[in-house]
Design a binder for this molecule. Structure first.
Ligand SMILES: Cc1cc2nc3c(=O)[nH]c(=O)nc-3n(C[C@H](O)[C@H](O)[C@H](O)COP(=O)(O)OP(=O)(O)OC[C@H]3O[C@@H](n4cnc5c(N)ncnc54)[C@H](O)[C@@H]3O)c2cc1C
Length: 398
């Protein structure tokens, strides 16, 4: 197996690393550049996005004809990791969730007219987007078959009623992908639609306060009360909602892993100088075996996660759904991020727990990684089913 990068992808990777080091990390270091939800302030973001565009580092995941860079998923793996060495990074390159996953699924399954209307403005950075799936209990959560929000056909439109929550970015988004129930069929009961924030018939009930820093537009609870969606704004066929979700989440889960690997690496970077210079009990910290074990373990876990991520990326590029590979990467990388940041805080001592370093930000952020886009438990459930279906072929060599 060859893990080398093509010269083109290596060039992107190095240019992104340099951009993050010289342009984004200095912004991150100044509290004046943060909004009230601990993210990059929107005016600062607009300026740095213009710079990323001018540097030819914009929308790596999108085709060149739409203003992107047309990289394969394996190329994204190498580059997104570099982006998220800054907590501000991905959004500066238009590679942050949820726009990233929404763009990828619209590019893959939208009609040409849908792409022009709904995708292009997200690629351009003119609007933001949300993906609305999860509902309060007893509705759709880990198990989407419990979905309660309905879409009822009336003439040439669908009328939506119901409630969603934790919809990332909904406070700022203009373009929404919505999954709703169109029948009681257990496999083909859900359908995906597109709607614009300007349309009447829906509202934000509240921005749910969360433990961590927030994406722009927060995580919102929203209510649909007769929202009308023309049939032209349906994605794929009636009953294909689960398929749309699988296509979206397959890649979106993996791009999360790419970004989280970068964040885990940055967490360790935050202690390099400290452990080399700080003395305790007659030695610098890096000379103590207990510290070496912590660092060695974290470095190894990060490498395991990025190998799983790259393997899944290569399979997705080959046209495979890579379900088990994506699930394994999602479990390992989300848990590694949490542990790597925890290790880094421990090694930085009291200052690691302060707001003088980005580690406390990362720690609060990292906890969501084990829940979003399928919790660790549900991914293990999927893996177990696949193991029992495939037996020893689970571990094939392709
Ligand atoms: C920060 C954040 C952002 C989010 N953004 C979005 C978004 O943009 N759009 C969107 O639609 N949703 C979003 N979500 C929702 C997220 O996708 C759900 O939280 C997730 O799917 C789990 O659903 P739930 O919260 O209803 O938990 P539940 O389904 O109620 O699960 C609760 C617990 O039970 C466990 N569990 C469930 N099934 C099993 C099983 N078979 N075996 C063992 N344990 C099990 C789960 O692992 C979990 O620990 C977001 C959530 C967060 C926290």
């Amino acid at each position: 197996m060859d893990f080398s990068l093509t010269p083109e992808i290596e060039d992107y990777r190095l240019r992104i690393r340099d951009f993050v080091d010289t342009r984004i990390i200095p912004l991150e270091a100044d509290r004046g550049n943060y909004d009230e939800h601990d993210n990059i302030a929107l005016d600062v973001l607009e300026e740095i996005r213009a710079e990323a565009k001018a540097a030819g580092l914009w929308a790596l995941q999108m085709p060149v004809e739409r203003g992107g860079q047309g990289l394969p998923i394996a190329g994204l793996a190498a580059c997104y990791e570099e982006m998220n060495r800054s907590i501000f990074g991905p959004v500066c390159f238009n590679s942050a969730a949820p726009d990233d996953g929404n763009m990828i699924v619209l590019e893959r399954i939208g009609t040409d007219a849908q792409k022009d209307r709904w995708l292009q403005p997200i690629v351009d950075g003119a609007v933001r987007s949300s993906f609305a799936m999860t509902e309060p209990a007893p509705g759709s959560g880990s198990d989407p078959s419990m979905m309660l929000t309905t879409a009822e056909k009336r003439g040439g439109s669908w009328v939506i009623n119901g409630r969603k929550w934790f919809i990332t970015g909904a406070g700022e988004a203009r373009h929404f992908i919505l999954v709703a129930r169109t029948s009681d069929d257990s496999r083909k009961g859900l359908t995906a639609f597109l709607f614009d924030a300007e349309q009447p018939g829906w509202e934000i009930i509240r921005r749910v306060p969360i433990m961590g820093p927030e994406e722009h537009g927060g995580h919102c609870e929203i209510r649909f009360d007769g929202l009308e969606i023309p049939d032209d704004n349906r994605l794929l066929g009636v009953g294909d909602g689960l398929k749309v979700t699988q296509i979206r989440l397959g890649t979106a889960r993996l791009t999360h892993c790419m970004r989280w690997t970068g964040m885990a690496k940055r967490a360790l970077e935050e202690c390099f100088d400290y452990v080399r210079e700080r003395k305790a009990f007659g030695e610098t910290l890096d000379r103590h075996e207990g510290v070496q074990w912590l660092l060695g373990e974290a470095a190894m876990q990060i490498e395991i996660g990025r190998l799983l991520t790259m393997r899944a990326a290569v399979k997705l590029d080959s046209g495979d759904f890579a379900r088990k590979e994506v699930s394994m990467a999602k479990i390992v990388v989300s848990e590694t991020l949490h542990k790597a940041v925890d290790t880094a805080i421990q090694l930085r001592g009291a200052r690691g727990y302060s707001k003088d370093t980005p580690l406390e930000w990362m720690y609060r952020y990292a906890r969501q990684a084990r829940l979003v886009d399928g919790s660790s438990e549900t991914h293990k459930m999927v893996l177990s089913r696949q193991l029992l279906d495939e037996g020893l072929d689970f571990w094939n060599w392709d």
